[in-house]
Write a protein that binds this ligand. Structure first.
Ligand SMILES: NC(=O)c1ccc[n+]([C@@H]2O[C@H](COP(=O)([O-])OP(=O)(O)OC[C@H]3O[C@@H](n4cnc5c(N)ncnc54)[C@H](OP(=O)(O)O)[C@@H]3O)[C@@H](O)[C@H]2O)c1
Length: 335
């Protein structure tokens, strides 16, 4: 399929799994990559891992930003704004899930880790770097969500469903781990909720830009269940918490029932979303890589869940997230 050569692409979560695979493919297709990795060491390792995919025209550069730390994000974005180079595709892909952990992990700034890394960090990046994206001639935003955001999907039905309620957990000066304000922490629900936030964030941004007459393509997407072999990657926390259970789950889901997608294929879907002309349409779209039968997925446009389609909720989430970001930066930056 046709894609435009040499886009300048900024990606979070490009150091592992789906994001690393997409980055390799994007390099091979002639794009310039800027990778936001959690540490300098991760930047160096990732750039090295990508060097085999380099072509004469391509470069990969790393910038160390831990998405657990809003101050690091703010400072990193300020540096990028000073350099003032356009971003053609912004890929917000980094994510964690702490399934198996019973008590919430809080970041330095007192925010539940899953929510901070998966959603809040990305909203801050988006708020700060939007002017660079808008400097591009053909800007595009891609956000990695998950079908588990939808309580009616296969994965979304297992365990407590995603729901943000009235966002009581985001009231000012609260330190509640669950966004709907429930007192008992559930790491699996916290992950599902964060993936719902990804969709709502994309939806709200697209609406805002439309109202201002500045529409761009905003693509939220779900890769399907991807369980790579090996000890790192997306299921690392679950594996540490319950090695036998995770080994059994992986064997049944990946090898026996063939419910999973490969990292290579999920990476190539992300790469296509980032550069192919067929995704050039402005406005919000949600794409999902759905299992149609064992060993076969179909990647197509899909409807997000009811909450994922709720524009008032999207606006409320954006506003409360922005207020929380502003409050935490005020408290932690001496401004
Ligand atoms: N795997 C699945 O089944 C699945 C299904 C649906 C959706 N997704 C979504 O797909 C996306 C990519 O997941 P994956 O499967 O490729 O997982 P992965 O291999 O664990 O990759 C996650 C990426 O996020 C980065 N990251 C995590 N915490 C960070 C932090 N504090 N600061 C900076 N970067 C951080 C990781 O960096 P390090 O390399 O340094 O750890 C890594 O690059 C996620 O948004 C996930 O929610 C995955």
């Amino acid at each position: 399929m046709k894609h435009e050569l040499s886009r300048r692409i900024l990606i979070t979560g490009g150091s592992s799994g789906i994001g690393l695979e997409a980055s390799k493919q994007l390099m091979q297709r002639g794009h310039q990559l800027l990778l936001l990795c959690r540490t300098e060491e991760r930047c160096t390792e990732t750039v090295k891992a990508l060097s085999a995919s380099e072509t004469k025209q391509t470069t990969a550069k790393g910038i160390a930003i831990n998405l657990k730390n809003l101050v690091e994000i703010e400072n990193g974005c300020s540096r990028l704004l000073q350099i003032n180079e356009p971003i053609d595709t912004l890929i917000l892909n980094a994510g964690i899930q702490n399934v198996g952990i019973r008590s919430p992990q809080f970041t330095k700034q007192g925010i539940e880790e899953t929510f901070c890394i998966n959603h809040l960090a990305h909203q801050l990046i988006l708020m700060r770097l939007l002017p660079l994206l808008q400097k591009s001639k053909r800007p595009r935003l891609v956000i990695t969500s998950s079908e588990v955001h939808n309580p009616n999907s296969g994965g979304g039905r297992v365990g407590q469903p995603a729901t943000l309620g009235a966002l009581e957990g985001l009231r000012p000066h609260e330190s509640i781990a669950m966004l709907n304000g429930q007192k008992i922490f559930d790491a699996d629900k916290a992950y599902k909720d964060s993936k719902l936030c990804n969709i709502l964030m994309g939806r709200h941004l697209a609406n805002q830009l439309k109202q201002r007459g500045e529409e761009i393509p905003v693509l939220a997407w779900s890769p399907g269940l991807v369980i790579p072999k090996g000890s790192d990657g997306f299921f690392r926390t679950s594996r540490q918490q319950n090695p036998v259970g995770l080994a059994l789950f992986s064997f049944v889901a990946r090898d026996l029932l063939r419910l999973t997608e490969t990292t290579q294929k999920a990476g190539s879907l992300l790469a296509e979303l980032a550069d192919e002309d067929s995704y050039e349409q402005s406005g919000f779209r949600y794409m999902s890589n759905q299992l149609i039968r064992p060993g076969h997925h179909l990647f197509k446009e899909a409807e997000p869940s009811d909450e994922g389609s709720n524009e008032q909720l999207a606006e409320k989430l954006w506003t409360l997230s922005k207020n929380l970001i502003d409050q935490k930066l005020r408290e932690n930056l001496s401004i």
